[in-house]
Design a protein around this ligand. Structure first.
Ligand code: FAD
Length: 539
C-alpha cells in the first residue's frame, strides 16, 4: 500500500453552479430507478430514462422475494449475521447493519405504494431461502414477486405528472465539467443523440449478466452504468465478484430460465450423465450446499464427463411438483419437458453482479453529482457473495436513501478528482480470436479462473479496445475492468474461485476499488458521513 488517495470534502452542491431548474436524471426503471423517481419527485423535476419499455430489467423477473427481518422468530441481528457469513469476510459491517435495519421500513414503503405482498394468518407470509437462519423472505404472487413489485411502482409512476418519462432511450455518456456531473447524452429510438442537463444523475442501470454467454438476466443487463461511470472517472469496485446460479435451464440461447433453489429444496436431485448424485461427494448438504459450491460442482461435472448435468424430480409426486412450481413447470413445458417426469438439463449461469460503481448507502459515488443505486452499485453489502433476496432489499433501501439525499443535499460529500481510464495500447497483432466478448468471458472468468486464460482474454480485449467503435466500448470496458480485477485478487474467496490459487488469504480480506486503472483498498468507514476512504495498493 502506498498512499492515501486525496479525497476532497464538498457539500452536496460542491460550491459549483447549481441551477435549481435542472432536473435529476434517473437512468433505469427497475425497482431502484422507479422507487427513487417516485420518492424524489416532490422535490423537483425528474427525468426518468430507460433503454427499453418501462419496467423491463432484472427486477421484474425476481422470483423468491425480498429479505426483511419481520417475522416473530426473527430479528435484525440474525439477518446481519447471515449476511456477514455469506459475504466471506468482505462485507462492510456498517452498510450491512444499516441495510438490514431498514428492511422492515422498506417493505412498508412498498406496501404503501400498492405492492400486494402475500399474506397468511393475518400477517405477511414469509418464506425461507438458503443460508437464511429464519423465515424472512417477503413475496408477492408466489414466485412472481418482481413482476408484482414493478406493476405497482409503474402504476404509481405513470400517475405522477412530475416525472418525465423517456422510454426506449439509452444513456450513452455522462457529462462532467470541473469535476461535477452536469448531465447525460442519450440515444433515442431512432438513433438521435441529445444532451440533457442535470443537477444530479442517478444510475439505476442494474446488472451485467450479458457480459457472459450464459446468464439468467434479461437483455437489459449489459452493465452500462458501470462502464459509463468508469468512463466519467468514478471509482468501480468488486468486479471480480460475479454470482453464478447453479441451475439455469440448459435450453436455447441466453437468457436462460432460472430453476430456483426451492426446486432442490423440495427434494430435487442433481445427477451426472451416468445418473450419479455427484453432490453427495461434494458437500455435507449435497444439493442444498452453498450456491457457489453447487454451481462449481455442476460446471466441473459437466466438463469432466463432457455431458449434461440434470435435475431429477421423478421420485416426487408429479401433481404436487406442478402445483408447487407453476412458473418452472411452464418454462420446462415451453421446451417440451415435463418438470416432474423428465430429467431436466441444467447449467450454471451468470446471475448477479456483486461489483459495480463504488457507492455509499445513499448511492453517492466518488464523483460529485453522480449516484449509483441497486445492482449497478457496489456498497459492500454483499461482500464476496450475495445472500439470496438481499439484492431487492438493497435496491429499495438505496432508492429511499438516495431520494432523501437528493432532497436535502445535506452533509459533506468526499470526492476524488475524476480519473480517466488508461487508453489501450495500440497493437499491431491482429485479433485472431473469433469468440464474442461474452464467450471469452465465460471461458476465462466463469466459475473457475486461472491466470493464463485471464491474461490471454485480457490481451484480446485490449486489442479490441484499441480499435473499438464507440457502440461496443462499454462492453469492452467492463470486460477489461472485470478481468483486471479478477487477475489482481490473488486468492479464492466467495464467488471468486481461482484453481491456480484455491484458498483464501488473510492479506486479501479487503475490498478493492479501481480508479483510472489503478487499484485501491476500500476502507470500511462511516457511511453516515458519506465517507469512503481509499488507499492505493500495489498493482
Ligand atoms: C431471474 C432472476 C431472479 C431473481 N430473483 C431475485 C429474488 O428473488 N430476490 C432478490 O433480492 N433478487 C433477485 N434477483 C436479483 C434482482 O432482481 C436484481 O438485483 C434487482 O432487481 C436489481 O434491480 P435494479 O433496479 O438495480 O436493476 P434492474 O431491475 O435490472 O433495472 C435496470 C434498468 O436500467 C435500464 N438501463 C440499463 N442501462 C441503461 C442505459 N444505458 N440507458 C437507459 N436505461 C438503462 C434497464 O433497461 C432497466 O430498466 C433476481 C434476478 C434474476 C435475473
Amino acid at each position: 500500500m502506498r498512499r492515501i488517495l486525496e479525497l476532497r470534502q464538498l457539500d452536496a452542491n460542491g460550491g459549483v453552479r447549481h441551477d435549481s431548474g435542472d432536473p435529476v436524471v434517473v437512468v433505469g426503471s427497475g425497482l431502484a430507478g422507479l422507487l427513487v423517481a417516485l420518492r424524489a419527485a416532490p422535490e423537483g423535476p425528474i427525468v426518468l430514462i430507460t433503454k427499453t419499455a418501462l419496467g423491463e430489467g432484472n427486477s421484474i423477473y425476481a422470483q423468491g422475494g425480498i429479505a426483511a427481518a419481520i417475522g416473530p422468530e426473527d430479528h435484525i441481528g440474525a439477518h446481519l449475521r447471515d449476511t456477514l457469513a455469506a459475504g466471506a469476510g468482505l462485507c462492510d459491517p456498517g452498510i450491512v447493519a444499516a441495510t438490514v435495519a431498514a428492511g422492515p421500513e422498506s417493505i412498508a414503503i412498498l406496501q404503501a405504494l400498492g405492492v400486494p405482498f402475500d399474506r397468511a394468518g393475518g400477517r405477511l407470509a414469509l418464506g425461507r431461502e438458503g443460508a437464511h437462519s429464519a423465515d424472512r423472505i417477503v413475496h408477492a404472487g408466489g414466485d412472481s414477486t418482481g413482476a408484482r413489485v414493478i406493476e405497482a411502482l409503474q402504476r404509481a409512476l405513470r400517475a405522477d405528472p412530475r416525472i418525465e418519462l423517456r422510454e426506449h432511450t439509452r444513456v450513452r455518456e455522462i457529462l462532467v465539467r470541473e469535476g461535477h456531473v452536469r448531465g447525460v447524452v442519450t440515444e433515442g429510438p431512432a438513433g438521435e443523440l441529445r444532451s440533457i442537463g442535470a443537477r444530479a444523475v442517478v444510475l439505476a442501470t442494474g446488472g451485467a449478466g450479458h457480459l457472459f454467454s450464459r446468464t439468467t438476466n434479461p437483455v437489459t443487463a449489459t452493465g452500462d452504468g458501470v462502464a459509463l461511470a468508469a468512463h466519467a472517472g468514478a471509482a468501480i469496485a468488486d468486479l471480480e465478484m460475479v454470482q453464478f446460479h447453479p441451475t439455469a435451464l440448459a435450453a436455447g440461447a441466453s437468457p436462460l430460465p432460472l430453476i430456483s433453489e426451492a426446486v432442490r429444496g423440495e427434494g430435487g436431485y442433481l445427477r451426472d450423465p451416468d445418473g450419479r448424485r455427484f453432490m453427495l461427494d461434494e458437500h455435507p448438504l449435497a444439493e442444498l450446499g452453498p450456491r457457489d459450491v453447487v454451481a462449481r460442482a455442476v460446471a466441473r461435472t459437466a466438463l469432466a464427463s463432457n455431458g449434461e448435468v440434470t435435475l431429477d424430480l421423478t421420485h416426487l409426486d408429479a401433481e404436487s411438483v406442478h402445483r408447487r412450481f407453476p412458473t418452472v413447470s411452464g418454462v420446462c413445458a415451453d421446451v417440451g419437458l415435463d418438470l416432474a417426469r423428465d430429467l431436466i438439463p441444467v447449467t450454471p449461469a451468470a446471475h448477479y453482479a456483486i461489483g459495480g460503481v463504488l457507492a455509499d448507502l445513499s448511492g453517492r459515488t466518488t464523483l460529485l453529482g453522480l449516484y449509483a443505486i441497486g445492482e449497478c452499485a457496489a456498497t459492500g453489502l454483499h461482500g464476496a457473495n450475495r445472500l439470496a433476496s438481499n439484492s431487492l432489499l438493497e435496491a429499495a433501501v438505496m432508492a429511499v436513501r438516495c431520494a432523501d439525499d437528493l432532497a436535502t443535499g445535506s452533509g459533506e460529500w468526499k470526492v476524488c478528482d475524476p480519473v480517466a481510464l488508461p487508453s489501450p495500447a495500440m497493437r499491431t497483432m491482429p485479433d485472431s480470436d473469433g469468440r464474442s466478448v461474452p464467450e471469452l468471458m465465460w471461458a476465462a472468468m466463469g466459475l473457475e479462473r486461472e491466470e493464463d486464460s485471464m491474461r490471454g482474454a485480457l490481451a484480446t480485449i485490449e486489442r479490441r479496445r484499441a480499435s473499438a467503435p464507440p457502440a461496443t466500448s462499454g462492453e469492452l470496458t467492463l470486460a477489461w475492468l472485470s478481468l483486471t480485477a479478477a487477475r489482481h485478487r490473488a486468492e479464492s474467496r466467495g464467488a471468486h474461485f481461482r484453481h491456480d490459487l484455491p484458498t483464501d488469504r488473510a492479506e486479501w480480506a479487503h475490498r478493492i476499488a479501481w480508479l483510472g486503472g489503478r487499484p485501491y483498498r476500500v476502507a470500511t468507514s462511516d457511511h453516515h458521513a458519506h465517507h469512503i476512504a481509499l488507499a492505493e495498493e500495489a498493482a
